[in-house]
Design a protein around this ligand. Structure first.
Ligand SMILES: C[S@@+](CC[C@H](N)C(=O)[O-])C[C@H]1O[C@@H](n2cnc3c(N)ncnc32)[C@H](O)[C@@H]1O
Length: 388
């Protein structure tokens, strides 16, 4: 079954985009006015009042360990400083920061989970350090500017849920110059994928069901498989080329305006003869200080650099939270955009096209994805559109 969290019907969504206010980009040191809380926000914040969503996130050790390690790595910066945890949930990151020596942590969350976060803070004798603020970060008032902003804002394929504009709002309104943002950088990748087992399991399956020919359902199955992004775990063996960077985000400089629509071209070469079933998307985030942020500009960044950097991890002290197919699975899994029909690609065949990911006007919680792909050897063209 396709996951319901991307189809717009489930009230319980870990990841839903929110439309940033249609306002001019923020000037340095100022935050643009926030859009008023609407019905989409209400449903979104309500989804975070369920314990299951917090359990899934906290039990994702790849995620939670990465944040814990990053906080400890920046302990010298955090010690004695003021932190804002944008979207604190249960308060786990706020507690990590308090234990790392923060003088004060403003733990902000608009969901009812903030009520439990306050109790958790009390039960851990941290009420003198952690101030839980129940409200939208766009609306709350705290007593001082902060030295550090920490937030776990990433959604499926990085951009779903669109919580990043709220973090940028907090940065522009509350972060002192030279302050630290964790995570500091995020990169969205895409690559062509082959997944015969998945295709056979959901499309070919219908040709023989208990000896009954149900092929009449094949067109429906193809439509169902390809009309929405699918959240599933694939492995490195499913990826048939080097990945392409869709977007590299520097959280110190990125603007809410830039978030609204992202377009990238890709041109990759197939490493094998395989049926191409679609494209996979995933992301990585890094936790660098403001000083290191300048050497990771989009122009200097290519997938090979990133992969090399990952291999050096361990000797290198940078924390990298990866949701790539070749890495340990996370609750984000990967996002797959399936074609209705696979296309045979040869080794070294060029696959090129473009992708646009933009926030839906209709429902600010959703994304529209427009993928156009050209297989040079066939001269074939496929256009895929996913509307939120
Ligand atoms: C992905 S969860 C992270 C929770 C927690 N920080 C953790 O790491 O386990 C995101 C949280 O941010 C909150 N949130 C999202 N946008 C927000 C906003 N604009 N203002 C306040 N809270 C927000 C949600 O209610 C949710 O609890």
């Amino acid at each position: 079954m396709l996951p319901s969290h991307l189809n717009g019907h489930s009230p319980l969504a870990r990841r839903r985009p929110r439309l940033s206010a249609a306002s001019p980009p923020a000037e340095a040191g100022t935050a643009s006015a926030a859009a008023p809380l609407d019905e989409h926000d209400r449903i979104y914040f309500q989804s975070y009042s369920h314990i299951g969503i917090h359990e899934a996130m906290i039990k994702d050790r790849v995620r939670t360990d990465a944040y814990h390690t990053a906080i400890m790595q920046h302990q010298k910066f955090i010690e004695g400083k003021v932190v804002m945890d944008v979207g604190c949930g249960t308060g786990i990151l706020s507690v990590f920061c308090a234990r790392a020596g923060a003088k004060r942590v403003y733990a902000v969350d608009a969901s009812e989970i903030a009520i439990q976060a306050r109790e958790i803070v009390k039960a851990n004798n941290l009420s003198d350090k952690i101030v839980v603020v129940h409200g939208r970060v766009e609306d709350v008032d705290v007593e001082e500017k902060v030295d550090v902003i920490i937030s776990e804002w990433m959604g499926y394929m990085l951009l779903y849920e669109s919580m990043l504009p709220s973090v940028l709002f907090a940065r522009d309104k509350w972060l002192k110059p030279g302050g630290l943002i964790l995570p500091s950088h995020a990169t969205l990748f895409m690559a062509p994928v082959t997944n015969p087992e998945r295709y056979e399991g959901s499309v070919d399956f219908w040709s023989d069901v208990y000896g009954i020919n149900m092929s009449a359902l094949v067109p429906l199955a193809k439509k169902f498989t390809s009309e929405e992004p699918s959240i599933e775990t694939i492995g490195g063996e499913n990826v048939i080329s080097w990945p392409s960077v869709v977007k590299h985000i520097n959280c110190y400089t990125f603007t809410p305006e830039e978030f609204k629509s992202i377009t990238a071209k890709f041109k990759v070469s197939s490493m094998m003869l395989a049926p191409l079933h679609g494209f996979g998307l995933w992301f990585e985030v890094e936790f660098n200080g403001p000083a290191e942020s300048s050497h990771n500009t989009p122009s200097s960044l290519n997938p090979l650099d990133i992969i090399q950097k990952k291999r050096r991890r361990g000797s290198d002290d940078a924390v990298l939270l990866s949701t790539a197919p070749e890495d340990e699975p996370t609750h984000w899994q990967q996002t797959i955009l399936y074609f209705p029909d696979p296309v045979e690609v040869k080794q070294d065949q060029i696959i090129e096209g473009s992708i646009t990911v933009s926030q839906s006007d209709e429902n600010p919680r959703f994304l529209n994805i427009n993928l156009e792909c050209l297989y040079l050897a066939h001269g074939a063209f496929i256009g895929l559109k996913f509307y939120g």
